[in-house]
Write a protein that binds this ligand. Structure first.
Ligand code: NAP
Ligand code: GDD
Length: 437
């Protein structure tokens, strides 16, 4: 049935019920009654349509346009693009919706040069995102981890210490999602640089949230929170409701970053989530962290480049997973209809001793012959045991780790062996001279 016929039928039904009500029914009254009814119906359908459009745009795309003010679907704040005007809404809204759908998602990653940044870039590029990375100025730029994707990432200069630079970066990138991975992330260094750690890892989060609030409050925000926040908690395993008891300036700073994220979500209705991630590692891990220090040390000893490996507390236990898997969890958190915090980990814990033993075993060596305990690597306050209770992330996001502890150790040791192996040309030369002999 065409629209006109439908309208006639509706009018007919309405006038009948009007007449049945026994009210005086002059032609004029009928006309004015119908005009009111039509107007109301039109308003209702426009409203429904607007809600449908903004809801689908919001949920399917995670955005509602380039310059948007929509945060609430049910009308506390209206979307400028979809607001009805005297000339009518549907075409504008439809056009806007089409433009939203046609738009590529855009992500800004702070800490893009770090371990997680590099895996996240790969993930987002594979999902056809336009990726922007924030890099801080340095006299020597190291893009070691993202060298292979550098041509496909837009780098923007900025620093978590400088709010203005964050505003400029956001205006330039116009992201739909922001992943805040930047931090002074080495726990041991946080005692030596406690104030700097607080400035970057804690207050840096507030600066970035402020910048988002100023530039575009509909941006979805991910905060890289840490299991280090649980510190000395007596509760085990740790989940989203476990109380925090941080044991380092780094842990304290991360607790601040976590709560300011929650607070801005609750105060300003931002889509801001905190991912409480347990230790995640891989061949791109910084050499100062214990897993990489071990895999690098084992490879050096195996290749005759070192004789021993000096470590601190061998009894500390961590829930170690593969960093690539954890970046998938970050992304999943920003695709949900509602912002929520998640604990991400494997649910299994191993000691530093076990990691070292497994790494040496990988190359056929006995760790006891090479590992020496060095008190200079002990910390003023230690986090003895961490293990995740990842039930929420599993049930709600369907996330689970794809790399086991053994596989992680093996892939890290093998990667370091490959990296440190003498170049192939030497081997060929050696083979030739061996053949001559
Ligand atoms: P990472 O390798 O140490 O990377 C840190 C990144 O932050 C680097 O790109 C660094 O840039 C950048 N950065 C440092 N200070 C900055 C500043 N003032 N302004 C802008 N950028 C700055 O750390 P990650 O292992 O990838 O971890 C990523 C995030 O997750 C961190 O926030 C970390 O605290 C958190 N986290 C990590 C784990 C884990 O097990 N990996 C677990 C829980 C939470 P430069 O290259 O210039 O130094
Ligand atoms: N770095 C290091 N070097 N740690 C050692 C050593 C050593 O020689 N020997 C023993 N350890 C012990 C530490 O005392 C700690 O208990 C454990 O190994 C892990 O240390 P790191 O690898 O430095 O990691 P972390 O757990 O302190 O911090 C990492 O994980 C956090 C999540 O829980 C970092 O990535 C943080 O940024 C992250 O938030």
């Amino acid at each position: 049935m065409c629209r006109r016929a439908m309208r006639a039928r509706r009018d007919c039904r309405l006038t009948k019920s009007f007449a049945a009500s026994g009210v005086c029914f002059s032609a004029r009254a009928r006309r004015s009654f119908l005009s009111v009814v039509r107007k109301r119906a039109r308003q209702r359908s426009l409203l429904a349509r607007r809600r449908r459009l903004t809801r689908s745009a919001f949920f399917a795309e995670g955005v509602c346009g380039i310059k948007r003010s929509l945060r609430e679907i049910h009308g506390t704040v209206e979307c400028l693009h979809c607001k009805p005007t005297a000339k009518g809404l549907p075409e504008r809204a439809e056009g806007f919706y089409a433009s939203v759908m046609a738009r590529k998602k855009r992500a800004l990653i702070t800490g893009v040069t770090g371990q997680d940044g590099s895996y996240l870039v790969e993930l987002l590029l594979a999902k056809d995102y336009e990726v922007y990375g924030l890099v801080r100025r340095s006299s020597v730029q190291s893009f070691e981890r993202i060298g292979h994707v550098l041509a496909r990432v837009h780098l923007l200069s900025g620093d978590l210490l400088d709010e203005r630079s964050l505003v400029t970066a956001l205006e330039e990138a116009q992201p739909t999602e922001v992943y805040n991975l930047a931090a002074q992330s080495f726990v041991k260094a946080s005692w030596d640089q406690a104030v700097l750690t607080g400035e970057v890892t804690a207050l840096g989060v507030t600066r970035l949230l402020n910048a988002i609030k100023t530039v575009d409050p509909s941006i979805r925000f991910y905060q890289a929170s840490s299991s280090e926040m649980f510190g000395n908690t007596p509760h085990s395993p740790q989940n989203e409701d476990t109380p925090f008891y941080p044991r380092s300036p780094y842990g304290v700073a991360k607790v601040y970053g976590h709560w300011i994220t929650v607070n801005y979500r609750e105060s300003y209705n931002l889509f801001a989530v905190s991912g409480i991630l347990f230790n995640h590692e891989g061949p791109r891990r910084g050499l100062e962290f214990v897993t990489r220090k071990i895999s690098d040390g084992v490879a050096r000893i195996k290749l005759g480049l070192a004789r021993e490996l000096r470590l601190g507390n061998l009894e500390a236990k961590r829930d170690w997973g593969f960093a690539g898997d954890y970046c998938t969890a970050m992304w999943l958190m920003l695709q949900q209809p509602e912002p929520r915090d998640y604990v991400v980990g494997t649910g299994r814990t191993h000691s530093v001793r076990e990691f070292a033993a497994a790494a040496f075993r990988e190359v056929g060596l006995d760790w006891r012959k090479y590992v020496k305990v060095d008190r200079s690597f002990l910390r003023p306050a230690e986090v003895h045991r961490l293990v995740a209770d990842p039930r929420r992330v599993r049930s709600e996001l369907g996330w689970k780790p794809s790399v086991s502890f053994r596989e992680l150790v093996s892939l890290m040791v093998r990667a370091d062996l490959r990296r440190l192996q003498p170049p192939e040309v030497v081997l060929v030369g050696e083979r030739r001279s061996a053949a001559r002999r």
